[in-house]
Structure formats: C-alpha cells, structure tokens
Design a binder for this molecule. Structure first.
Ligand code: CP3
Length: 380
C-alpha cells in the first residue's frame, strides 16, 4: 500500500532525514538521537500542561497530545518526535476498562486470567472497529506533523506480550508470572489473546503511520522476562502479526528535481522503517529482528558492539545510554555517551537513544547537552 502524496515520507520532507536513513541502514555523518519518554515528567512545561488532566484524557485530546509531543523536540533539538500516547490507548479506544494510575502504570478493571476472560475480551473484533475510533489519534498526528516540518514523527504501539503482561495481571507486575503461566497452562487461549492484542496494536500503529508518522516502534518492554524458547514459540508470531499491519506501507523515494543527466536512483520504493525494542532482551535480539523489524532497540545491559555482533553486524541498532548515568557528573556521562557512540560503529547504522525511558527526575538540560554532544561527534 502506497502512502498518499501528502505524507511526509512521499512528499520528501522526512525521507532523507538522518533518522529515517539510519533506520534504513545508511550510516549518517551526524548520528541521529532521540529519547524514549522524552515527552513527560522530566519537562516542567509538560507538568504544567498536564495539571488537572488525567493521562488517558491527555492522550485523547488531540491538541494536548500534539503539544506534548512537540515540547521535547523544540527544547532538545532531537532528531524525532515520538507520538505522545500510551500502549493501552488502543485498548481504551476498543472499549476496554483501563486507567493509568500515576506512579504505577496501567490498571485494568477486569484482569484476563482464564479462557472465558479471553473469550469476553476477544468478542470485540479489532477489524470491525473502523477508522472512526482512531479519530483523536489521527487528528493529533496531523496537528503534530504540520508543526514538525522536516523532523520525522515516530509512531508506536505495545507488543502483544507486553500488553498481555498488563491484561492478565490486571496491572503492573514484577516477572509477569500470571501471563507466563497462562501461556503454558492454556496455550490455545494464550494464542487467541496474543493474536487479538496484535491486531489492536497493529491497527493503532497503522493509523499513526497513515496519518503521517515516518517510522514506527513496537515496544516489547517486558519480553526480557521470557526464555528464548518461549519467546519464539508463544510470542514472536504475534509480534510479527502486529508488525504485518504496517509492513506493507511504502512510499516512492522523491527524486531530485533536476534529475536530467543524473541516473535515476534504482531503489524507487521503500518501506516505512520499523523498530523493535525490549528491556533485558540481550538473548532475544536476533529473534526480535526476525519478526520483521528493520532496526533493533537495545537496552543498557549489553554493550552495543556485542548487540551488533549478535545481530550479525547487518542490522541498524538503537540505544543504549544507561538512564542512571543521566544524573552522574557530566564527565562520567560524557565518557559513557562517547563509548556508546564508538561501539555503535560496529553496526551498519546507529540511532542514539537511552537503554530505557527518561526517568521523571532527570534534569532536562542534561538531555539537551547529550543531544549537542551526539550531534558534534563524528564516526572516524
Ligand atoms: O515520550 C515518549 O516516549 C512517548 C510517550 C510514551 C508514553 N508511554 C507516555 C507515558 C510511550 C512510548 C509509552 C509507552 C509505554 N507505556 C510503555 C513501553 C515503553 C516503556 O517505557 O517500557 C509501557 C510499558 C507503558 C505503560 C505505562 N504507562 C507505564 C509503565 C507508565 C508509567 C507510570 C508512572 O506514572 O510512572 C505509563 C504512564 C505514562 N505513559 C506516562 C507517560 C509520559 C506518565 C504519565 C504521567 O505523566 O503521570
């Protein structure tokens, strides 16, 4: 499926950005950088705007979601905006009773623990939801890309396992024991739950890309609690299914205006780049690539050169500054960022990010300084 001519990738606004080209495997002279959870409580302007509005209400208010997405781009000059939303937003839009409790995370009114619970949940057919339910998302994306200009917007969704870890438990949990038990106790119900969450997340991703996002990231934050065997058997097929909702989206690479004498670029059509990230997933990196991602996100527990080696040195990587370092003395943080950049040279391309989200107490001026450092560094 072709993106429309107005899409930032087809119109040429973002197709040659550092971020998009790095995700497609072309090493950039200046390494692109953005931060997971760059929008949020580390920013005073975010805390001010959010006063009196609940998290999910903020996500479904297009003007507010758009403004919050733009705040860190203006402040830090990062190479991408990440759409302000949450992994449970598509569930909420599908009619599932969920709240986000401050300081805790998503909490569900009715945990999904048995085959009967799975039946009740999957009675909602993701295919029947239609475009209208995503209207607030589409509107927020459109407002955002109108302001972003040549800076790409990254859309995102939760991977089926991470969503299931919340759904089965009813809220945050330590090692997702109930979800992993259901996986083994009733593999058939588990597979139905995973396919359903894949389709809900996939539809959410697709709505963001069709409305103007230039890349998409699937967050499987809690996949690190799985063995490689359980991941490949009980989870990877559903993650592949989630990504298949956006894998077909493609655009024509805009040709230079004065093409005249120059030979045409042979690769005319490219896919929207897809990123796959998880925490503690050092053993799963290859499997996470194989579900159909272009770039693999790496957390801070494994050095980037080792991650690249495990991926055969053929996959662009994203990561992996330790969030704990953000509050260390600048000299310590600077040495760490330079080390991450050096190790990132082992991969065909590198997008600098944190190994997980920005902690809420982070001094935002430190993040701006990290962006300046990364933009000033050159891969010799
Ligand atoms: O800036 C960005 O990265 C974009 C926005 C974003 C949010 N959530 C906003 C948010 C993204 C990409 C997410 C994804 C998300 N949500 C994940 C996957 C990424 C990860 O961090 O591992 C997960 C596991 C969730 C579930 C969730 N939602 C948690 C654990 C929390 C934190 C609860 C808390 O208060 O500490 C949320 C709420 C949430 N989502 C906040 C933000 C900015 C905090 C809300 C607030 O300001 O009170």
């Amino acid at each position: 499926t072709s993106l429309g001519p107005e899409h930032p990738l087809s119109s040429g606004r973002t197709a040659s950005s550092r971020l998009v080209r790095a995700y497609q495997g072309e090493r950039q002279e200046v390494t692109p950088v953005w931060f997971m959870r760059q929008a949020g409580r580390s920013l005073p302007e975010y805390r001010e705007l959010r006063v009196g509005t609940r998290m999910l209400d903020a996500c479904l208010d297009p003007a507010m979601a758009s403004e919050i997405t733009l705040q860190p781009v203006r402040r830090h000059k990062v190479d991408a905006g990440i759409f302000f939303s949450d992994i449970v937003v598509p569930l909420k839009l599908a009619g599932v009773a969920v709240e986000i409790v401050p300081g805790k995370g998503p909490v569900f009114e009715q945990p999904v623990r048995t085959a009967a619970d799975v039946d009740r949940l999957t009675a909602i057919d993701p295919a029947s939801l239609g475009d209208e339910v995503f209207a607030p998302i589409q509107e927020a994306v459109r407002l955002t890309i109108a302001e972003l200009g040549e800076t790409p917007l990254i859309g995102f969704a939760g991977a089926p396992f991470t969503l299931a870890a919340y759904l089965v438990e009813g809220g945050p949990s330590k090692d997702h024991i109930r979800a992993r038990t259901l996986m083994h106790a009733d593999p058939e119900a588990w597979a139905r739950l995973m396919a359903w969450t894949a389709d809900i997340s996939g539809a959410f991703l697709r709505a963001q890309v069709l409305s103007g996002a230039s890349a998409a990231q699937l967050f499987d934050s809690w996949a690190g609690s799985l063995s490689l065997h359980d991941y490949t058997t009980h989870v990877a097929p559903a993650s592949a299914r989630a990504l298949s909702h956006v894998r077909d989206l493609a655009y024509e690479v805009p040709q230079p205006a004065s093409a005249g004498a120059e030979p045409p670029i042979d690769e005319l059509v490219r896919n929207v780049p897809l990123v796959h990230f998880g925490v503690g997933t050092g053993e799963l990196l290859k499997a996470m690539h194989e579900v159909g991602a272009d770039t693999v996100g790496v957390d801070y527990r494994i050095p980037l050169d080792e991650a690249s080696r495990r991926l055969g040195h053929v996959v662009p990587v994203q990561g992996n500054v330790d969030p704990a370092m953000l509050d260390a003395p600048w000299a310590v943080l600077e040495a760490h960022v330079r080390d991450v950049l050096d190790r990132g040279r082992e991969a065909p391309a590198h997008v600098l990010n944190l190994g997980h989200g920005v902690p809420p107490e982070t001094d935002p001026t430190v993040l701006t300084r990290v962006v300046e450092l990364v933009h000033g560094w050159r891969p010799e």
